[in-house]
Design a protein around this ligand. Structure first.
Ligand SMILES: [Zn+2]
Length: 202
């Protein structure tokens, strides 16, 4: 029986200064041939992006946003995530449809609280044979995003969510004025992002 070839990629948006890197390990993480790609992004850091582009089989994906709106600040982050979704949808280059069932989701957005220098982190799995994405997990880190110390504005929260969703659809970093700028929260979706998404899906 042929094992399913799946690669897992983790893309992290760092908030602190330091090196930005992407490493690709072809290792047996789970059964079958797996690999892990980690992309760590810094505010002012350099980056190394390797590997080929991975994308969904079509230009749509179902997203489940698992963020409680119990506290005011989390509610704000949830709103920022929905804003990022609608901004991506308005570009018409890719469409995120919201689902209320996690089991039906292609992309799951959750919160994490970790002092790991990562404001956001996106892990994607993709089929080694076809290169198609199988699932994506976006984690928004409240340790930074909702901290008084780091003072993330609502705009930067939206930009961060847009950036991570960009990874979730297969976009890599670039050094232009772009939502995929490694800093993660400096820019919103720009023309180049729509162009790069169209390149993948149209
Ligand atoms: Zn990134």
């Amino acid at each position: 029986m042929k094992a399913k070839n799946i690669l897992t990629a983790t893309l992290v948006s760092f908030v602190a200064a330091g090196a930005c890197w992407l490493s690709t390990n072809q290792s047996n993480v789970k059964q079958g041939a797996y690999g892990v790609t980690t992309n760590l992004v810094t505010v002012d850091g350099t980056e190394t992006v390797t590997g080929s582009a991975h994308k969904w089989g079509k230009d749509t994906a179902r997203v489940y946003v698992s963020i409680s709106s119990k506290s005011k600040s989390k509610k704000k982050l949830k709103q920022a995530t929905y804003k990022a979704i609608s901004r991506w949808n308005s570009t018409k280059s890719f469409h995120f449809s919201k689902t209320s069932k996690k089991s039906k989701a292609d992309i799951v957005v959750t919160l994490t609280k970790s002092r790991n220098n990562a404001a956001g982190q996106t892990t994607t799995s993709y089929d080694l044979d076809s290169g198609e994405l199988l699932d994506a997990n976006v984690r928004l880190n409240t340790y930074y995003l909702l901290s008084k110390r780091y003072k993330y504005s609502y705009t930067r929260l939206v930009n961060t969510a847009e950036h991570e969703l960009g990874h979730a659809i297969g976009l890599k970093h670039n050094r232009h004025v772009s939502v995929m700028y490694p800093s993660g929260s400096r820019y919103c979706i720009h023309k180049i992002d729509v162009k790069n998404t169209n390149k993948l899906y149209k």
